[in-house]
Design a protein around this ligand. Sequence first.
Ligand code: 1CP
Length: 354
Amino acid sequence: MSTLQNDTLIRALTRQPTPYTPVWLMRQAGRYLPEYNDARRRAGSFLALCKTPSLATEVTLQPLERFRLDAAILFSDILTIPDAMGLGLYFADGEGPRLERPLRDEASIARLAVPDPAEDLRYVGDAVAEIRRALAGRVPLIGFAGSPYTLACYMVEGGASEDWRTVKAMLYKRPDLLHRLLETNSRAVSALLNAQIEAGAQVTMIFDTWGGSLPAAAYREFSLAYMEKVLSRLKRGEGSARVPVIVFTKGGAPWLEQIAAIGCDCVGLDWSPDLGEARQRIGKRVALQGNLDPMVLLASPEEVRRETEKVLESYGSGAGHVFNLGHGVPQLAQPENVEALVAAVHELSPKFHR
Ligand code: 1CP
């Protein structure tokens, strides 16, 4: 960690003072960048990008060449775990991810094994190591995985869903089966995150994209409890080498206090809560990441700057804020708007750190 030229992200995540608010963006590498689409074409597919460490490295660095971002995030996907479990991940053109063999019965869930990150997911650790070398200490590298529940959503449903009816039906009809799957997933997630940390990831983030689709009690039992298990198994290191952990539940605003209590360093917020109110609720215990509405990136640079300032003002003065969107960069975002966002955070935030 001492080799980092820019450690503002690490400092903000541990609520130490910084000269300005660090900024990175979920999905900062992706289809809104022409150079990403070019690399994807060369690779042949999205999965080939993920599975070829030199290409994953190239794509991870693309947004950093354009914008003054304060972090890199590993180019990969949460669905590499179900892929390594043999569920047959593929991407139909123009559609989201699909699994050939979704889990629908007791036997397939009982058969499921935790993938060995050194074997089936070796390309992930290799990409982390190669990205660290290429970054040469410019900014920290964030590793990530999906939450056990969010992975279960795709694994049971077989793909994206409006209402997640199949996994929720299992939750009510066969909670024992879902618990069994979540236990397997939590072991797979902690093993993959530990492998990323070992390979050089300096921050870890858990994406709980679909936990927010559950009622409060079910969220605690089926999503939050398993993220807590993941955190308890992480080899986070100590002192200046300690790896901070960010937990992001989309739609998790009603449960911020409970999320802040599972042992994470930072809670990621989607665009819905007022950042100042979230800070009042949990800002004494954890750092906060967020929470500009991604759709602001479909407006003009002036509007992006104005909305960015509102988010900074809402958090107010002091340490503990990592600027981000409330969810990923939309595919139709103009790169000049992303540029305006990053520039605005660097220009407008120092006054909140004096
Ligand atoms: O090129 C393409 O067509 C693929 C588009 C794409 C990209 C760029 C997918 C397919 N995944 C990714 C990369 C990705 N996925 C990153 C890279 C790092 C970054 O720059 O941020 C990360 C962190 C993810 C994580 C991810 N994948 C999540 C959690 C975060 C979120 O967006 O909520 C989820 C739910 C996925 C599944 C997934 N993979 C891809 C898509 C389009 C989806 C979402 C499917 C759905 O709508 O349910």
